[in-house]
Design a protein around this ligand. Sequence first.
Ligand SMILES: O=C(O)CCC(=O)C(=O)O
Ligand SMILES: [Fe+2]
Length: 309
Amino acid sequence: MPEINSADRNNFVDLPGELEEALTRIGKALPEWSMDGTFLAGSTIERYRAELASVPHFAKIAESLRAEVSTAGTGYAVVRLGNIAQALGFGEEFLRLATALLAEVATPFQPFLRWPLWKEIGTNLAADPGMSTGIGYNAFHIDLVNATLPPDYSVLLCVRPDPLGAGESILSDARAAVARVSPQSRALLGEAVHRYGSFFELSDVGEEFTPFPVLDGAPEGSGFVRFTAKMLNAAGLDEEHAAAARELAKQLVAGQESFILQRGDFLIVNQHRWVHGREPLAAGQHDVAEADRRLLLQLFLRESAPAAS
Ligand SMILES: O=C(O)CCC(=O)C(=O)O
Ligand SMILES: [Fe+2]
C-alpha cells in the first residue's frame, strides 16, 4: 500500500508521522457531526471529506484502506491511531477524526436505536462472561446475526486494552472455513433452522431473520455466513444441523488469527467474510479499578448509504 508504513502485514496500518500530525490538526478543527436517522448525515460526510482532502496523499490512502477491507481484499484492517489518540485524547476531537476516516470506507451508522453512534463496550464483572461486556471468551460470531441485513462492517475502536495484558481480538475467515467442511454439512448449513438473540429497537438492518440458515447462497459481496457460536446451544436445534454447525465452528477455530488491539487502534471487519470474537481477559479483573478496565467503542458501516432524505 503506497504512503503507508505497514507493520508485518499490509492490513495493519501505521501512518507516517507527517500524516499523523496533519490528522491531529484536522481532528482539532472538525465540527460536531449530525445524524440523519441512524446514519451519519450526508452534510457531515461532505464536510469531513473536504477537510481530509487537504491532507497530502489522503485520497490514495483511503482508496487502499477501502480495497483492503473489501471482500476482494483481505477483508479486515487495523488502523493504528495511538499517536493521534495520545495527542487528542479520547474525547470529541478524536472521535470526530475516527468517524471522518471511517466515512471514507463506508457510511457510519448505529443500528441500535438506544445507543449513540459510538457504542461503549466496557468490562462488566457482573455480566455473563461470554457476552460483549463480559470478561470471558466471546466466541466467534457476526454482529446482528439474526437480521436479514447485518451491517457490512463492524468497527471496534480500542480506548483501553485489558491492563492485565489479555483479551486478544480473534478473527476467522468464514468463507475459507466453509470451504473446509464436508459437502453434506455444507448442504445442512444452507437450511434455515438456527435461532439466536432478540430483535428490538433496531433500524436499517432489514427484518428479523429467524430461523436463519448459516449459508444464504448469495454471492460473497452481498451474502453472509450467518454464524454465532451461541446458536449451537439454541433450544430445539436438531442433532444433524447442530453437528454441521459444530463442524464449521471447529474449522473457524482452526483458521483463527489473533492480536491485541492497542490504545487508539481501530479494527474494521468485513462481516461478509470474517467472524470475530475475543479471548478471555486476564484473571484478576476484580483488582482493576473500573476506570482502568478494558474499554472499546463500536460502530457499524453500511456499504451503500440510503438515498438522502
Ligand atoms: O470484546 C471484544 O473484543 C469484541 C466484542 C464484540 O464482538 C461485540 O460486542 O460484538
Ligand atoms: Fe461482535
